[in-house]
Design a protein around this ligand. Structure first.
Ligand code: NAD
Length: 251
């Protein structure tokens, strides 16, 4: 039980990667606060499974984030994970989608971080983990907002790592390649349309074509990396961008 006594907020933890991270932190004894959208009954079940609190703040709204951070109080571990994707050629990219992706993927982590840091500094211990993406290091066409937001979160993470370097608080990115979650499933139809491909072609020739291992990353592999970053032994790991992408960005 590495994380007994620690309180962890995991944004976007009602699904996919965030849920796997929440499960991994809970398994190490952390008291987890879930956040995200979704079906009330399913969320209630997750709360029972993880003995977790839940805050349903919509992270597109900075004032909702402020209310959430006040309601939950001091936390030791902040995992900024909620994110969204939209696939379109730039000239057709809906401006409201651009704004929403920036708000959720980039501005929400800024707001949670600025509000969580004072208590972490006071305790002299904290862990900030941002789910970035292979798209924080490299780009793919038709994902202009997503790629910009993920490159942005990587830069933000490096900045706060430097600012907090002598406080006992670390800040790192985890950058997955393709992980089979609802976010990936949801972009397949748009990618089929944008590129004129079949579903199998999108999976094999677009998604897995990027990953030399030819395998989707598993959500629990990301949970294990998040736990490592929370260990005492990771106290000198800060400002790093941890690829877990089957070799994608090595190429
Ligand atoms: P997902 O769609 O399964 O989960 C997204 C989570 O964010 C859900 O819990 C959802 O309820 C929550 N969410 C969405 N909009 C929200 C809002 N307005 N307010 C609060 N919560 C909101 O997606 P995922 O694949 O698990 O993605 C999680 C993170 O991992 C994202 O930041 C994504 O960019 C990143 N990522 C995913 C992959 C992948 O292949 N799946 C790869 C690299 C990075």
């Amino acid at each position: 039980m590495l994380l007994k006594g620690k309180r962890a907020l995991v944004t976007g933890s009602t699904s996919g990667i965030g849920l796997a991270v929440a499960r991994a932190l809970h398994a190490e004894g952390a008291a987890v606060i879930l956040n995200g959208l979704g079906n009330e009954d399913e969320i209630a079940q997750l709360q029972v499974e993880l003995a977790a609190d839940f805050n349903g703040a919509n992270l597109l709204d900075p004032s909702a984030i402020e209310t959430m951070m006040t309601e939950i109080g001091a936390i030791d571990i902040l995992v900024n994970n909620a994110g969204m994707q939209y696939v379109s050629p730039v000239e057709d990219f809906p401006t409201d989608k651009w704004d929403a992706i920036m708000a959720l993927n980039l501005s929400a982590p800024f707001h949670t971080t600025r509000l969580a840091v004072p208590a972490m500094k006071e305790k002299g211990w904290g862990r900030i983990i941002n789910t970035a993406s292979a798209h924080s290091l490299t780009a793919s066409p038709f994902k202009s907002a997503y790629n910009a937001s993920k490159h942005g979160i990587a830069g933000f993470t490096k900045t706060i790592a430097l600012e907090l370097a002598q406080t006992g608080v670390t800040a790192n990115c985890i950058s997955p390649g393709y992980v089979w979650t609802p976010l990936i499933e949801g972009q397949i139809p748009d990618t089929m349309a944008a590129r004129g491909l079949s579903r199998d072609e999108v999976i094999n020739d677009v998604l897995l074509a990027k990953q030399p291992t030819k395998k989707f990353v598993q959500p629990d592999e990301i949970g294990a990396l998040a736990v490592f970053l929370c260990r005492e032994e990771a106290g000198n790991v800060t400002g790093a961008n941890w690829s877990i992408d089957g070799g994608w960005t090595a190429g």
